[in-house]
Design a protein around this ligand. Structure first.
Ligand SMILES: Cc1ncc(COP(=O)(O)O)c(C=O)c1O
Length: 405
């Protein structure tokens, strides 16, 4: 067996299962889950219809490069969304089977783990808290991860000035997540300027996970993307790859349809890797994805639903917890310290007494530099329909009141 597998940590939802395993929620109370970040709004009819109309595609093997119409529709979307002068559909975009597998596979492509000193493996920098795939991708690529804690005092931005020079010297890949899971924070142009300067100095690749980019609350202010930041700063896409998907934007996590875009030389190597990796997006979903990337109406409708939920639920919860509207994405990252409970105690008692599931923040972060930056927080995924979210929030408020919050 590959010994690196032993380095993998159990997934946050497995930790949650263990936390809840001896708890029987109060009888007669309908379960409400704010735990998993899986979109629950119905799949738009135009995408369902497109899937049905495309079923004939099952008769053929899909091309790893993706079909021409799909690459063109993705390139057109990226160009329009990020105000770019041009995006080459042939060399600067590549369809993938959801951003998760691409985040993983990218590390396997980029990391050069040949080293003269086994005690000094290459480094992959991850934000902390973070999406756990980054860590597993780094470990299975033969790299070591280094966590940069996000700072609540700076809207959860990572403070890269804390990273020592000898770590930078070994850093080959930096993951960023904007809008962030779990904090919802969006990187600013200044954040990007700093990161690009570091990448120029230390020659690392930036993997910008942007799968929440289309869930935001002000129609006039879509989150800044990495490619857009590069253009605004007068750069090209060198050493920069963005990853996105239809999962959250179009409520089709089961379709596994995403893309990567950016540095053509990295994408060339990535395509080669993927030829063997064998995760080409099914022809049926390639065809339906063209329709999905070409339509913004369903995306605006989707955002309107999230806005309604966040506008209703956030002020309710702000009465009892330290929480505010995030920049973007569909999570509330709530500090529960004032209830006197830890994040795991809070989640366990809320589940037992009110049958509401939230995810303890410490499960989404690692202890690094003497602290677990997820401790004291819970992640509340507002993915269910409005009424259910409001009912769940009402129960959380009642629970916190019993704790004197
Ligand atoms: C931060 C982040 N990145 C990537 C993904 C993967 O999404 P998908 O593979 O559906 O594109 C998720 C899924 O929840 C996520 O939270």
């Amino acid at each position: 067996m590959n010994p690196l597998l032993q380095k993998l940590q159990s997934y946050p939802f497995e930790k949650l299962r263990v936390l809840f395993k001896d708890i029987t929620p109060r009888a007669g109370v309908k379960p409400i889950s704010f735990g998993i970040g899986e979109p629950k709004h119905p799949t738009p009819a135009l995408i369902r219809d497109a899937v049905i109309d495309s079923l004939g595609g099952m008769a053929s093997y899909p091309a790893t490069l993706g079909s021409e119409p799909l690459r063109e529709s993705i390139a057109a979307w990226v160009k329009q969304r990020y105000h770019l002068p041009s995006v080459d559909p042939l060399t600067e975009v590549l369809p993938v089977s959801g951003s998760r597998e691409a985040l993983f596979a990218l590390a396997q492509t980029v990391i050069d783990n040949r080293t003269t000193d086994p005690a000094q493996p290459p480094i992959v920098l991850c934000p902390n808290p973070f999406y756990q795939i980054y860590e597993g991708a780094a470990l299975l690529a033969g790299a070591e991860h280094y966590f940069v804690n996000s700072d609540p005092a700076r809207n959860f931005a990572c403070d890269y000035s804390t990273v020592p020079e000898d770590i930078w010297a070994r850093t080959q890949l930096v993951y960023v997540c904007s809008p962030g899971n779990p904090t919802g924070a969006v990187m600013t142009l200044d954040d990007w300027r700093e990161l690009f300067a570091l990448s120029d100095k230390h020659n690392f690749v930036i993997a910008s996970d942007e799968c929440y980019s289309e869930i935001y609350f002000d129609e006039t202010k879509p989150p800044l993307g990495g490619l857009e930041a590069a253009r605004l700063l007068g750069r090209g896409f060198e050493r920069l790859i963005m990853l996105s998907s239809l999962s959250k934007r179009s409520n089709v996590p089961g379709m596994r349809s995403g893309f990567v875009a950016g540095d053509a030389s990295i994408l060339k190597a990535f395509l080669l890797y993927r030829t063997y990796h064998g995760a080409a997006l099914s022809t049926v979903f390639q065809r339906a994805s063209v329709i999905a990337w070409q339509d913004e109406t369903h995306v605006r409708d989707n955002r309107a639903k999230y806005l309604q939920k966040f506008k209703t639920v956030t002020p309710m919860l702000a009465e009892v917890l330290d929480v505010r509207l995030p920049d973007a994405a569909f999570y509330l990252w709530a500090n529960v310290s004032r209830t006197g409970l830890t994040d795991t105690e809070f989640a366990a008692r809320l589940y037992a007494d009110y049958n509401v599931t939230v995810l303890p923040g410490s499960f989404l972060a690692r202890t690094a530099h003497g602290t677990n930056p997820g401790e004291g927080f819970v992640r509340i995924a507002l993915v269910a329909e409005v009424e259910e979210c409001v009912e769940g929030a009402r129960r959380i408020v009642e629970f916190c009141r019993t704790l004197g919050a």
